[in-house]
Design a protein around this ligand. Structure first.
Ligand code: 7PM
Length: 280
Protein backbone atom coordinates (compact mmCIF):
# COMPACT_ATOMS: atom_id res chain seq x y z
CA UNK A 1 0.00 0.00 0.00
CA UNK A 2 1.11 3.55 -0.70
CA UNK A 3 1.58 4.92 2.80
CA UNK A 4 0.83 8.48 1.67
CA UNK A 5 -2.84 9.31 1.29
CA UNK A 6 -3.28 12.17 -1.19
CA UNK A 7 -5.55 15.01 -0.11
CA UNK A 8 -6.81 18.29 -1.59
CA UNK A 9 -4.49 21.32 -1.89
CA UNK A 10 -1.40 19.15 -2.55
CA UNK A 11 -1.34 17.74 0.95
CA UNK A 12 -0.73 14.15 2.07
CA UNK A 13 -1.39 12.12 5.18
CA UNK A 14 1.43 9.74 6.16
CA UNK A 15 -0.06 6.41 7.24
CA UNK A 16 3.24 4.59 7.86
CA UNK A 17 2.25 4.79 11.55
CA UNK A 18 -1.35 4.69 12.80
CA UNK A 19 -2.91 8.14 13.03
CA UNK A 20 -5.71 9.40 15.25
CA UNK A 21 -9.00 10.71 13.92
CA UNK A 22 -10.55 12.85 16.68
CA UNK A 23 -14.34 12.94 16.87
CA UNK A 24 -16.00 16.36 16.84
CA UNK A 25 -19.76 16.04 17.24
CA UNK A 26 -21.90 19.01 16.31
CA UNK A 27 -25.16 17.20 17.10
CA UNK A 28 -27.72 18.62 19.55
CA UNK A 29 -26.91 15.95 22.20
CA UNK A 30 -23.45 17.46 22.45
CA UNK A 31 -24.67 21.03 23.00
CA UNK A 32 -23.53 22.60 26.21
CA UNK A 33 -25.71 25.71 26.12
CA UNK A 34 -28.98 24.23 24.84
CA UNK A 35 -28.82 26.44 21.76
CA UNK A 36 -29.99 25.22 18.40
CA UNK A 37 -26.55 24.69 16.87
CA UNK A 38 -23.07 24.26 18.24
CA UNK A 39 -21.42 27.64 17.72
CA UNK A 40 -18.61 27.53 15.13
CA UNK A 41 -16.22 29.20 17.60
CA UNK A 42 -16.79 26.36 20.07
CA UNK A 43 -16.31 23.79 17.31
CA UNK A 44 -13.05 25.51 16.37
CA UNK A 45 -11.79 25.51 19.97
CA UNK A 46 -12.60 21.81 20.34
CA UNK A 47 -10.88 21.01 17.04
CA UNK A 48 -7.73 22.90 18.07
CA UNK A 49 -7.70 21.01 21.38
CA UNK A 50 -8.02 17.64 19.57
CA UNK A 51 -5.09 18.61 17.32
CA UNK A 52 -2.99 19.67 20.30
CA UNK A 53 -3.80 16.34 21.96
CA UNK A 54 -2.42 14.43 18.98
CA UNK A 55 -5.20 14.04 16.41
CA UNK A 56 -4.13 14.22 12.77
CA UNK A 57 -7.69 14.21 11.44
CA UNK A 58 -10.79 16.00 12.76
CA UNK A 59 -13.99 14.07 12.00
CA UNK A 60 -16.99 16.41 12.07
CA UNK A 61 -20.41 14.81 12.45
CA UNK A 62 -23.81 16.51 12.41
CA UNK A 63 -26.05 13.46 12.11
CA UNK A 64 -26.36 11.02 14.98
CA UNK A 65 -26.27 7.46 13.66
CA UNK A 66 -27.38 5.99 16.99
CA UNK A 67 -29.93 3.20 16.60
CA UNK A 68 -33.37 4.85 16.79
CA UNK A 69 -32.00 8.39 16.57
CA UNK A 70 -34.22 10.85 14.69
CA UNK A 71 -33.10 11.51 11.14
CA UNK A 72 -31.68 14.94 10.47
CA UNK A 73 -32.87 16.89 7.44
CA UNK A 74 -30.30 18.19 4.99
CA UNK A 75 -30.87 21.85 5.95
CA UNK A 76 -30.19 21.18 9.64
CA UNK A 77 -27.17 19.03 8.92
CA UNK A 78 -25.70 21.72 6.62
CA UNK A 79 -26.38 24.42 9.23
CA UNK A 80 -24.50 22.37 11.83
CA UNK A 81 -21.46 21.22 9.92
CA UNK A 82 -20.63 23.82 7.25
CA UNK A 83 -19.99 26.76 9.64
CA UNK A 84 -17.82 24.43 11.76
CA UNK A 85 -15.75 23.34 8.75
CA UNK A 86 -15.40 26.93 7.56
CA UNK A 87 -14.28 28.13 11.00
CA UNK A 88 -11.70 25.35 11.37
CA UNK A 89 -10.38 25.74 7.83
CA UNK A 90 -9.94 29.50 8.35
CA UNK A 91 -7.53 28.84 11.24
CA UNK A 92 -5.95 25.48 10.48
CA UNK A 93 -4.50 23.45 7.63
CA UNK A 94 -5.43 20.22 9.45
CA UNK A 95 -7.06 17.25 7.76
CA UNK A 96 -10.85 17.64 8.00
CA UNK A 97 -13.21 14.69 7.62
CA UNK A 98 -16.98 15.01 7.37
CA UNK A 99 -19.13 12.19 8.75
CA UNK A 100 -22.14 12.27 6.43
CA UNK A 101 -24.17 10.14 4.02
CA UNK A 102 -25.96 13.03 2.30
CA UNK A 103 -24.85 14.01 -1.19
CA UNK A 104 -25.56 17.72 -0.68
CA UNK A 105 -23.61 17.79 2.58
CA UNK A 106 -20.66 16.04 0.89
CA UNK A 107 -20.63 18.62 -1.89
CA UNK A 108 -20.87 21.65 0.42
CA UNK A 109 -18.35 20.23 2.88
CA UNK A 110 -15.77 19.73 0.14
CA UNK A 111 -16.31 23.32 -1.05
CA UNK A 112 -15.89 24.54 2.55
CA UNK A 113 -12.54 22.73 2.86
CA UNK A 114 -13.14 19.11 3.89
CA UNK A 115 -10.53 16.54 2.81
CA UNK A 116 -12.19 13.23 3.65
CA UNK A 117 -15.79 12.06 3.26
CA UNK A 118 -16.52 9.56 6.03
CA UNK A 119 -19.69 7.78 4.92
CA UNK A 120 -21.23 5.03 7.06
CA UNK A 121 -23.38 4.24 3.99
CA UNK A 122 -20.34 3.87 1.70
CA UNK A 123 -21.57 6.26 -1.03
CA UNK A 124 -24.80 4.31 -1.60
CA UNK A 125 -27.01 7.45 -1.59
CA UNK A 126 -28.18 8.52 -5.06
CA UNK A 127 -25.57 10.77 -6.67
CA UNK A 128 -22.92 10.29 -3.97
CA UNK A 129 -20.50 8.42 -6.24
CA UNK A 130 -20.79 11.15 -8.88
CA UNK A 131 -20.05 13.96 -6.42
CA UNK A 132 -16.84 12.32 -5.23
CA UNK A 133 -15.77 11.45 -8.79
CA UNK A 134 -15.52 15.22 -9.43
CA UNK A 135 -12.85 15.59 -6.71
CA UNK A 136 -9.88 13.31 -7.43
CA UNK A 137 -7.99 14.40 -4.28
CA UNK A 138 -10.82 13.94 -1.80
CA UNK A 139 -10.50 10.69 0.17
CA UNK A 140 -13.53 8.56 1.08
CA UNK A 141 -14.05 6.13 3.91
CA UNK A 142 -16.31 3.26 2.84
CA UNK A 143 -17.85 1.70 5.96
CA UNK A 144 -19.67 -1.62 6.18
CA UNK A 145 -23.11 -1.60 7.80
CA UNK A 146 -25.74 -4.35 7.83
CA UNK A 147 -29.25 -2.83 7.71
CA UNK A 148 -30.10 0.76 8.62
CA UNK A 149 -29.20 2.67 11.81
CA UNK A 150 -32.78 2.56 13.09
CA UNK A 151 -33.01 -1.24 13.08
CA UNK A 152 -29.53 -2.63 12.52
CA UNK A 153 -29.01 -3.83 16.10
CA UNK A 154 -32.35 -5.72 16.27
CA UNK A 155 -30.98 -9.13 15.27
CA UNK A 156 -27.75 -8.94 13.28
CA UNK A 157 -26.99 -12.22 11.52
CA UNK A 158 -24.24 -13.43 9.22
CA UNK A 159 -23.60 -16.89 7.78
CA UNK A 160 -20.02 -15.76 7.21
CA UNK A 161 -19.13 -12.40 8.78
CA UNK A 162 -15.69 -11.93 7.23
CA UNK A 163 -16.95 -13.15 3.87
CA UNK A 164 -19.85 -10.67 3.97
CA UNK A 165 -17.70 -7.67 4.91
CA UNK A 166 -15.05 -8.58 2.32
CA UNK A 167 -17.73 -9.03 -0.38
CA UNK A 168 -19.21 -5.64 0.52
CA UNK A 169 -15.79 -3.96 0.23
CA UNK A 170 -15.19 -5.65 -3.14
CA UNK A 171 -18.58 -4.48 -4.41
CA UNK A 172 -18.22 -0.88 -3.18
CA UNK A 173 -14.64 -0.56 -4.51
CA UNK A 174 -15.91 -1.73 -7.91
CA UNK A 175 -18.84 0.74 -7.77
CA UNK A 176 -16.41 3.57 -6.98
CA UNK A 177 -14.05 2.64 -9.79
CA UNK A 178 -16.92 2.36 -12.27
CA UNK A 179 -18.06 5.87 -11.28
CA UNK A 180 -14.56 7.23 -11.90
CA UNK A 181 -13.32 7.36 -8.29
CA UNK A 182 -9.71 6.24 -8.05
CA UNK A 183 -8.63 3.40 -5.77
CA UNK A 184 -6.09 5.79 -4.23
CA UNK A 185 -9.00 7.82 -2.82
CA UNK A 186 -10.40 4.94 -0.78
CA UNK A 187 -10.27 3.96 2.91
CA UNK A 188 -12.06 0.85 4.25
CA UNK A 189 -13.79 0.37 7.62
CA UNK A 190 -15.63 -2.78 8.84
CA UNK A 191 -18.02 -0.62 10.89
CA UNK A 192 -17.86 -1.81 14.49
CA UNK A 193 -21.36 -1.77 16.01
CA UNK A 194 -23.18 -1.20 12.73
CA UNK A 195 -25.41 -4.28 12.46
CA UNK A 196 -23.14 -6.52 14.54
CA UNK A 197 -23.47 -8.51 17.75
CA UNK A 198 -20.84 -8.41 20.49
CA UNK A 199 -19.30 -11.59 19.12
CA UNK A 200 -19.30 -10.24 15.54
CA UNK A 201 -17.50 -7.09 16.72
CA UNK A 202 -14.75 -9.02 18.47
CA UNK A 203 -14.36 -11.35 15.50
CA UNK A 204 -13.80 -8.28 13.29
CA UNK A 205 -11.25 -6.90 15.74
CA UNK A 206 -9.41 -10.22 16.04
CA UNK A 207 -9.31 -10.70 12.26
CA UNK A 208 -8.78 -7.06 11.32
CA UNK A 209 -5.55 -8.05 9.54
CA UNK A 210 -7.58 -9.90 6.89
CA UNK A 211 -8.69 -6.56 5.42
CA UNK A 212 -5.07 -5.81 4.49
CA UNK A 213 -5.70 -7.94 1.36
CA UNK A 214 -7.32 -4.89 -0.29
CA UNK A 215 -4.08 -2.96 0.04
CA UNK A 216 -6.00 0.17 1.09
CA UNK A 217 -5.88 2.27 4.26
CA UNK A 218 -8.00 0.77 7.06
CA UNK A 219 -10.01 2.70 9.66
CA UNK A 220 -11.19 1.35 13.02
CA UNK A 221 -13.85 3.09 15.11
CA UNK A 222 -14.68 1.46 18.42
CA UNK A 223 -14.25 4.32 20.87
CA UNK A 224 -16.80 4.13 23.75
CA UNK A 225 -19.02 1.80 21.70
CA UNK A 226 -21.43 -0.83 23.04
CA UNK A 227 -18.94 -3.58 22.19
CA UNK A 228 -16.82 -2.17 25.03
CA UNK A 229 -19.75 -1.25 27.29
CA UNK A 230 -21.62 -4.53 26.93
CA UNK A 231 -18.51 -6.67 27.31
CA UNK A 232 -17.35 -4.88 30.46
CA UNK A 233 -20.76 -3.73 31.80
CA UNK A 234 -19.68 -0.11 31.70
CA UNK A 235 -21.66 3.06 31.08
CA UNK A 236 -20.47 5.39 28.28
CA UNK A 237 -18.37 7.52 30.65
CA UNK A 238 -16.60 4.41 32.03
CA UNK A 239 -15.34 2.99 28.74
CA UNK A 240 -11.93 4.69 28.44
CA UNK A 241 -9.73 1.73 29.41
CA UNK A 242 -11.69 -0.67 27.22
CA UNK A 243 -11.58 1.77 24.31
CA UNK A 244 -7.80 2.19 24.67
CA UNK A 245 -7.33 -1.58 24.67
CA UNK A 246 -9.45 -1.77 21.52
CA UNK A 247 -7.45 1.00 19.85
CA UNK A 248 -4.19 -0.79 20.66
CA UNK A 249 -5.41 -4.12 19.28
CA UNK A 250 -6.73 -2.44 16.13
CA UNK A 251 -3.37 -0.71 15.61
CA UNK A 252 -1.46 -3.95 16.15
CA UNK A 253 -3.80 -5.72 13.73
CA UNK A 254 -3.19 -3.28 10.90
CA UNK A 255 -5.49 -0.27 11.36
CA UNK A 256 -4.03 2.90 9.82
CA UNK A 257 -6.60 5.37 11.20
CA UNK A 258 -8.12 5.07 14.69
CA UNK A 259 -11.31 7.09 15.25
CA UNK A 260 -11.62 8.12 18.90
CA UNK A 261 -13.12 10.53 21.43
CA UNK A 262 -10.18 10.39 23.87
CA UNK A 263 -7.35 11.65 21.70
CA UNK A 264 -4.70 12.43 24.30
CA UNK A 265 -4.95 9.02 25.98
CA UNK A 266 -5.01 7.18 22.64
CA UNK A 267 -1.91 9.10 21.52
CA UNK A 268 -0.09 7.84 24.63
CA UNK A 269 -1.09 4.27 23.81
CA UNK A 270 0.05 4.55 20.18
CA UNK A 271 3.33 6.14 21.27
CA UNK A 272 4.01 3.20 23.58
CA UNK A 273 3.28 0.81 20.70
CA UNK A 274 5.55 2.81 18.41
CA UNK A 275 8.43 2.67 20.91
CA UNK A 276 7.99 -1.08 21.19
CA UNK A 277 7.95 -1.63 17.42
CA UNK A 278 10.56 0.91 16.29
CA UNK A 279 12.63 1.54 19.41
CA UNK A 280 13.06 4.77 21.32
C1 7PM B 1 -24.46 7.09 18.30
C2 7PM B 1 -24.20 5.80 17.87
C3 7PM B 1 -23.61 8.10 18.03
C4 7PM B 1 -23.08 5.53 17.14
C5 7PM B 1 -22.48 7.84 17.32
C6 7PM B 1 -22.24 6.56 16.87
C7 7PM B 1 -18.12 5.21 12.98
C8 7PM B 1 -18.24 6.29 12.13
C9 7PM B 1 -19.61 6.54 13.77
C10 7PM B 1 -17.19 4.17 12.67
C11 7PM B 1 -16.65 5.45 10.72
C12 7PM B 1 -19.87 6.41 17.13
C13 7PM B 1 -20.99 6.23 16.16
N1 7PM B 1 -18.98 5.38 14.02
N2 7PM B 1 -17.51 6.42 11.01
N3 7PM B 1 -19.17 7.10 12.63
N4 7PM B 1 -16.48 4.35 11.52
N5 7PM B 1 -15.91 5.53 9.60
O1 7PM B 1 -19.86 5.62 18.11
O2 7PM B 1 -17.04 3.14 13.34
O3 7PM B 1 -19.05 7.31 17.02
S1 7PM B 1 -20.87 7.22 14.71
Amino acid sequence: MNKLLNLPRQRTLDLAQPVIMGILNVTPDSFSDGGQFLHPDIALQRALQLLEDGAQIIDIGGESTRPGAPEVCVEDELARVIPAITAIRAKSDCVISIDTSKTEVMQQAILAGADIINDVRALQAPGALDVIAQYPDVAVCLMHMQGQPRSMQAAPHYDDLMGAVNAFFTQRIAACETAGIKRTQLILDPGFGFGKTLSHNFELLAKFNDFKQFDLPLLAGLSRKSMIGNLLKRETNERLAGSLAGALIAAQNGAHIIRVHDVKETADVLNVLHACEQGV
